[in-house]
Each structure stands twice: as structure tokens, then as C-alpha cells.
Design a protein around this ligand. Sequence first.
Ligand SMILES: CC(=O)N[C@H]1[C@@H](OP(=O)(O)OP(=O)(O)OC[C@H]2O[C@@H](n3ccc(=O)[nH]c3=O)[C@H](O)[C@@H]2O)O[C@H](CO)[C@@H](O)[C@@H]1O
Length: 365
Amino acid sequence: MRVVLTGGGTGGHIYPALAVAKEIARQEPQAAFLYIGSKKGLEAELVPRAGIPFQSVEIAGLKRKLTLDNVKTFWKFLRAVSDSKKMLREYRPDVVIGTGGYVCGPVVYAAAKLGIPTVIHEQNVVPGLTNKFLARYVDRVAVSFEESLSFFPAAKTVLTGNPRATEVMHGEASAGRDFLGVDADKRIVLIFGGSRGARPINEATLAMIPRMGEFPQSHFVYVTGNVHYETISAAIKELDALPGNLSVFPFVHNMPDLLAATHLLVGRAGASSLAEITALGVPSILIPSPYVTNNHQEKNARGLEKQGAAVVLLENELNGERLFKALASILKDDERWAEMRESSRKLGMPQAATDIYQVMKKVAK
Ligand SMILES: CC(=O)N[C@H]1[C@@H](OP(=O)(O)OP(=O)(O)OC[C@H]2O[C@@H](n3ccc(=O)[nH]c3=O)[C@H](O)[C@@H]2O)O[C@H](CO)[C@@H](O)[C@@H]1O
């Protein structure tokens, strides 16, 4: 199968596409891939790193209000459609899969217009603008939550889950620990604010660092996000005493291994992250980003909270003290942790990538 993948902007849209590619490669070692993304998105770095050929189209996001910028965006869209058509004619894929983010728009639209079979994947409960627009042109829509089915035409929509869930099941806890240099008797607490880091989570974590020593059985892995790393490292250096149970990184590229070794996650409530932790049954403290469309991260987070898999802290109530208390309520209560683990695992859909591969195979030429 020759496959074009597209999706981008943030990790939450890129990693699912890469997870689909990995699953296809496992099932069909001769499969070939091309990823079409934007030069400005995180995909320009992550895709070549994953060893997949990358080409780019230029695209800008639509503003929700009618502005002059939107007229420019429209022209850019048409140009991106025409550029995408050229790339697609040259590559001749059997199927195109889009996993959300603006860049999917022109690529998947162009494919549909050329008569190439198309599939889109939606990670969130409430679909993004791009996937809503594309739904009428594509052959199949794969969704991650039952609640999303109603947003798309019933005849072409299937519930699969998020392919990152499958990907993390291939992670190896021992590799994650070796990478960190942390012994098996330590409980890993992973802190990260989505694929780009989040300032409020960083501030609360920073305020909490002096108290990490109160959890001697735990090792904290704090991923700041690339753009925040310098400021945070400088602030950490200013602290009077550094706890011995802390590692700090700007970004990690081996999340499946790290997550497999993780005891508790502190993070945003991006849909891909949640699919990963529920597949593995990792309990979490979630601080949903309030800056996303329709406040969808809070909806994602409340879903886990309702089932007892997560504790939700809203950003406006977050500080070092509250974060510490939430951590203590789980790290110092093994029974509660075990219950959360079970509840989390019940929500997981670890077969997602395999299901999406089947959907793609069915529609492929
Ligand atoms: C601000 C914004 O628009 N966020 C959206 C974006 O989030 P964002 O890109 O932050 O998304 P997610 O939390 O869903 O996914 C992050 C992905 O990056 C990976 N990762 C993260 C940090 C790191 O150092 N290394 C690494 O590999 C995670 O394992 C995960 O696979 O897409 C999600 C869809 O999936 C949406 O639900 C989010 O609302």
C-alpha cells in the first residue's frame, strides 16, 4: 500500500498519523509513505526524525470572524490545494489519511477531488474545523469517542479510538527507565503540558520542586516544552536546593517507553495524551487547557474524572500547593492509585491503529 499521511501543527495531530504509519509498516513491511505537512508545524521536525519522507505545503489557519486575513487564507488554501494535487499525482497513493490540524484541509480535499480514497481521524470528542469541513468529501471518518459519532455522516463514520493507544502498547518500561537512569523501585511521575509545554503547569511545578523530596519513593520527570526550557532551567538553577529525584527535559522523543514506565501523569488533557494513558492504565492529574476550541480539553478531562481515572484541576485554581496536595492524595494512597489505574485502563482502546489500518485497507485502491 502506498500511503500519504497528513496532519499537523501540534503533536496531538502528528503522532496519531505516525502511529498509523508504524502499524501499517508492522502489517505490510513493503508499504511506502509520504507525509505532507506544513514547514512551520512541529511535523517538519518530527516526521523526518521518524524516517518518513516529508514534503510541505503553505497554509494558514482560518480566523473564526470574517477578516481580510481570511481572504488571504482562502487564496493560500486554493494554492495549497493545487500544490497538493501536484504532489499526489506524482506520488500516486492508494489512500490518504488526515489526522487533523489546518494542513489536512487542502491535502485531503485535493485527494478527494482527484478520486483518491481518503480517511480522516478525529482525536477529540468535539471535531475540529478542518475535519468538519472535510467530512463531506472523504470516504471514511474514524473517531476516538462514541460521543463524536453524531457529528459526522453515520454511513461513513466508524469508532476506532486513537492510534497512539496502540503505539504506546509497544513501549518498553525498561527502556524508559534506562533512558532516565532510574531504578525499578522508584515510581515515575511524568509532568508535561501537551506537546508544546504549558506555562501555568510549569509555574506550578516550579513552585512545587522544593517539596519533591517529600515523595522519596518517586522520581519526577519534568518535560517543560521546547520554548520554555531555557527559562525553566535558569529558574531551577536559582533554587536553594535541588531535589535528587528530578530530571528535566525540553521535549522527549521516546514517549511510549516513558509512559510505559510511568506511575502517575500530570498534564494537559489533549486527546492523544489521554488515549495513551488510558491504553496503559496510567492514573493522572489533568489541567485542561482553557485556550482550545469549545473548551474541548475540559470535556476530555471530565470524561476521565467521571470514571475515576483522573483528578481534574482547572488552570485558574492551579498553584504549587494545590498540585502538591493532588499528588500527595494519590502518591500516598496506594489503594486509590490502584483504583484509578483500573478505571483508566477500562477506558483504553489499544486496538485503535489496527482498526484504522483495516478501514484504510477497505477503501484503498
Ligand atoms: C493547544 C492545542 O491545540 N492542543 C490540542 C493538541 O494538543 P497536543 O498536541 O498538546 O496534544 P496531545 O496531548 O493530544 O498529544 C501530545 C502528543 O505529543 C507527545 N509528546 C508530548 C510531549 C513530549 O515531550 N513528547 C511527546 O512525544 C505525546 O505523547 C502525545 O502523543 O491536539 C490534541 C489532539 O490530539 C487536542 O486535544 C489538543 O487540545
